[in-house]
Write a protein that binds this ligand. Structure first.
Ligand code: NAD
Length: 291
């Protein structure tokens, strides 16, 4: 298949490389000077998208996605598919899909989970929104770049699934970290705390699979000085998207709102920038009730 790939950053580059390895012809475009083995670089997004059967975008945010989509949609061949794998707001995902469909294209919003490691290993999970036909067109590519793809519903449903999942993730990480900090102050050994909670009703992915306490549970960023992993900045981005969606859908999400405020404080006013999102534990460790 001839594939256009726009946005070859930390995630996009290894995803495009996996498509090349699987035998696809990939034409890339990025604002920055990038080189990916086997990918032929075009000098504009339009040249990258013209003649492609599928164009994949992996961009920083919804505003950039909208502007790239406005350039490439008129250049794409009728029946081709625009597959956006970025994490963006639901409104941008729906607006881009609607413009693409009006131009005779197939459109899928397909954000991913699995991070840079999953992108390199080809083990991402895709959460997709769009028509059956659009999903069917993109599915063989999801199989190469990932291990699982769930068709969640119509346009925007993939982004909705992603931000709901990550809102739970942000909230449970904070709950896990504050519980460890409380356990410390109560004199409870961290390993004992893990042994109990990981097999009791307080268990969660953040406790069992990504434990924020160094030396406890499986290997995680906590064992590597809180190098990301999944950076606190990216968690803040996703929490903001969840609250933007909650605003526009009039949904009451008090825990998501508080998680957003805490990650904003951590990233913007404390030492959270560039650290893994589980570094909330040393943050809580240092604090008392009034601080
Ligand atoms: P990144 O900043 O490394 O890559 C984005 C790329 O887009 C950059 O190379 C940039 O030059 C390029 N770009 C920006 N504007 C452009 C334009 N107008 N035209 C063409 N290229 C342009 O970011 P990333 O970590 O690869 O993340 C990409 C997306 O994936 C984001 O939406 C992010 O939220 C999401 N995501 C990231 C992770 C992760 O762990 N990094 C995990 C899941 C989802």
């Amino acid at each position: 298949m001839k594939i256009g790939f726009i946005g070859l950053g930390n995630m996009g580059a290894p995803m495009a490389a996996n498509l090349v390895k699987a035998g696809h012809e990939v034409i890339g475009f990025d604002m920055a000077e990038v080189k990916v083995d086997g990918v032929t670089m075009a000098d504009t997004a339009i040249k990258c998208a013209t003649d492609a059967e599928v164009v994949i975008t992996m961009l920083p945010n919804g505003a950039i996605l909208r502007s790239v989509a406005a350039d490439i949609i008129p250049a794409m061949a009728k029946g081709a598919a625009l597959v956006d794998c970025s994490t963006v707001d639901v409104d941008s995902a729906r607006a881009v899909a609607s413009d693409a469909e009006a131009a005779g294209l197939l459109a899928v919003d397909a954000p991913v989970s699995g991070g840079v490691g999953g992108a390199s290993a080809g083990t991402l999970t895709f959460m997709a929104g769009g028509s059956e036909a659009a999903f069917a067109k993109a599915a063989p590519l999801f199989e190469i770049m990932g291990q699982k793809a769930v068709h969640c519903g119509e346009a925007g449903a993939g982004q909705a699934a992603k931000i709901c999942n990550n809102m739970i993730l942000g909230v449970t990480m904070i709950a896990t970290c504050e519980a460890f900090a409380l356990a410390d102050k109560l004199g409870l050994d961290r390993q004992k705390m893990f042994d109990v909670v990981s097999t009791s009703s307080g268990y969660s992915w953040t406790m069992n699979a990504y434990c924020p306490a160094p030396g406890v549970g499986p290997q995680s960023p906590a064992d590597n000085g809180y190098q990301p992993g999944f950076a606190a900045d990216l968690m803040l981005k996703d929490l903001r998207l969840s609250q933007q969606a909650a605003e526009s859908a009039d949904a009451d999400t008090p825990m998501g709102q508080l998680a957003q405020a805490l990650y904003a404080q951590f990233v913007e006013s404390e030492d959270g920038k560039g650290r893994d999102f589980s570094a909330m534990l040393p943050r809580f460790e240092k604090r008392g009730r009034e601080s």
